[in-house]
Design a protein around this ligand. Sequence first.
Ligand code: CFM
Length: 567
Amino acid sequence: MSDETSTVTLPDAAAVKAEMLKIYPAKTAKKRAKQIILNEPDSPPEIGANSRTIPGIITQRGCTYAGCRGVVLGPIYDILQITHGPVGCGFYAWLSRRNLVRPPAGTTNYLQYCMNTDMQEDQIIFGGEKKLKQAIREAYDIFKPKAIAVLATCPVGLIGDDIHTVAKQMKEELGINVMAFSCEGYKGVSQSAGHHIANNGVFKNIIGLDDKPDAGEFTMNILGEYNIGGDAWEIDTLLRKCGIHVTSTLSGDVSYDQVKKAHTVMLNGVMCHRSINYIAEMMEKKFGIPWIKVNFIGAEATAKTLRKIGNFFDSKKLTDRIEEVIAQEMIALRPVRDELKAKHQGKKAALFVGGSRAHHYQDLFRDLGMEIVSAGYEFAHRDDYEGRKVLPTIKVDADSRNIEELHVEADPLRYKPTKTPEQMAELQAGGFSFKDYEGMMVEMKKQTLVIDDISHHEMEKLIEIYKPDIIGSGIKDKFVVEKMGVPCKQLHSYDYSGPYAAFGGAVNFYREVDRMLTTKVWKFITPPWEKDPLQSPPLVHAGRSGAKKNDDTPVWRKPGATTEEAA
Ligand code: CFM
């Protein structure tokens, strides 16, 4: 946990929670109460996570197809990916996530394409397999790709097109790898299900196809890093400076061929635990590659991660080099951080992002001496909040059972653990933790509100009561937040900015936050509750005022009150 003493006095968290829940019908309030938790860092209480959003609540979540197509598989730039479904779903194949690539000259890059089978009523009634085959042949004839992936959208699952048999037949016919992903949008609670489906498919169909390792004394993969705004490039450059070679970043600026040999490395570093822990686990079981949690977001976090990697490889040459690199990087970083920390120390931030960043980005704000007043994920599971130790106690419900759990065994020929059990035990005795993620809550202050799948209503209440100086969130709520006069740092695609990873990225982030906190533009906005206290939620629109002719001013009233009472 952050050891800085708190400089901020906050309203009582239990009262804030009660205020947030007040407006809901009893059943909804009961469910939301389990997802809004007062933190206990020493022993995180159980949080209701990975459960379906109640219809009517405005959520920031995406769908299963988004998690598979957009997040994990999408960024592998030379797999030709065909969305099987209506053209509307096809639009979402056009990645707007800023997972940047820089393919070497002469290589293929399909990321700017948006390929889709354009299912029509005919296919919905009579089946779309024929059209899918035709699309695969057409794509192959035009592009001659190394591999093709077919991704299903909702109607495909509803009408029962057998995309896996189609993929198998086309694989034989074309002689290239053709894979199918049953990632229909409705299949899970959120995009999280799509991550799992993509992990299974990548593990089954790609990892292990090429046994030739890259050259390098210390080799690793970075799993769960998607090169948003160039983050993976920062990490790769930093590791290279230290003498560590990254074979495969899953999935950021990565080619099909790099993924094929991901199993040849000595170590897996897991950046985003939520989206890729499945592959890390399966690679350990099948090939004996240990995995550790890493975090390159924040200066302190990056230094800690580099030292952890150094400890694993256990080479004096490497650990010395890592210390040199950290010292060099800190020379450039420290003056910027110190200057901006003096300016912003004690300011308040709240973070509501995806399944990992609401945790990782806390480190960057803490670098600046800022306080995290509340945080939560959109779709993470209990282990991302409370730590992996709760895994055995997580109930398997119908939604999770929907997603295949691959049965993985040690490969008879290729299972070659990097470390002997004795070496692993020795490292663990020295405090080293393998396959562990402690989650968000142990690092947050006591009594801080942890909110899963926050609704717009709860966000509004949070802003009104806590008055945070900045919120880290996504495009779906950014403008709602900013209209309330609070700067909102978009932490998914970063809008136009980044990278924010590693030391260079941290400096970018400090400067960006400084710009957002000091710009005068926020002074020109009066939040609704200051303009007219009566407009403070929960008021509802009650039509137009008839007081004066041509007066079009809306009249607001408390729920249940008459229009007269509101006036
Ligand atoms: Fe992992 Fe991500 Fe995230 Fe995520 Fe995402 Fe993303 Fe995210 Mo947006 S893989 S869980 S599904 S770190 S796209 S790069 S920013 S919600 S916090």
